[in-house]
Design a protein around this ligand. Structure first.
Ligand SMILES: [Zn+2]
Length: 211
């Protein structure tokens, strides 16, 4: 199973006809958010594979298409926030948004609000483990977990509830964005218990063993 994960930044290599040449062999695309909907729609149209996403804190409640249509998400793609889906043999659950850093803003959560979102997701994770005997394959998030790949400013602090979720449900991967990385020496992959935490910015190709 080959995955293309994208987040936070429109990459010229991807938003161009070379997309098919470079990434035509991926089985699925995952987006960690903060990307224009036209970008995700371009990817899903060109690659013709499932695209699953969560919203980032900069996603607008409504984006207007070239024809003036109102979009609340990218067409042809699947929003996995707050639920678990199985796609092409792997399980993916999602938690959107970032820590709340201003009073307004759709896809921002206080720590307490994210605990609520995490607890709401838990029965689906438990059910999946009981039925399949396997851990969740991928937790798709916009924000990092608390203390892993965080920034120094308040906006880029991660969620403590994600640490609990990894300890409790042991997903194989946690993919996130939100933290823009410009220093090539900065760590973007961290093992936390049984989970490989990956900062996708601005894109990553992952090979995941499917069973
Ligand atoms: Zn963000």
């Amino acid at each position: 199973m080959k995955l293309l994960a994208v987040t936070d930044k429109v990459v010229d290599l991807i938003y161009s006809p070379s997309l098919v040449e470079k990434f035509g062999d991926v089985d699925m695309v995952l987006s960690c958010g903060d990307l224009p909907y036209y970008y995700l729609e371009y990817i899903v149209t060109m690659l013709c594979v499932p695209l699953l996403y969560v919203h980032g804190n900069h996603d607008p409640p409504i984006e207007y298409s070239a024809s003036g249509a109102q979009l609340t998400g990218p067409g042809g793609c699947t929003n996995v926030h707050g639920r678990l889906v199985r796609e092409r043999g792997i399980s993916i659950a999602g938690l959107e948004g970032s820590i709340r850093y201003k009073p307004q803003g759709r896809y921002q959560y206080t720590e307490t609000q994210m605990w609520t979102q995490t607890f709401k997701l838990s029965p689906a994770l438990l059910h999946h483990r009981l039925v399949t005997g396997r851990p969740l394959d991928i937790l798709l998030a916009h924000s990092p977990p608390f203390g892993i790949h965080n920034g120094r400013d308040r906006t880029h602090v991660g969620f403590r509830s994600f640490l609990w979720l990894m300890e409790r449900f042991k997903p194989r991967y946690l993919l996130h964005g939100h933290r823009h990385v410009y220093n090539p020496l900065e760590v973007t992959e961290t093992q936390y218990e049984d989970t490989t935490v990956v900062n996708v910015y601005p894109y990553k190709v992952l090979e995941i063993a499917d069973e």
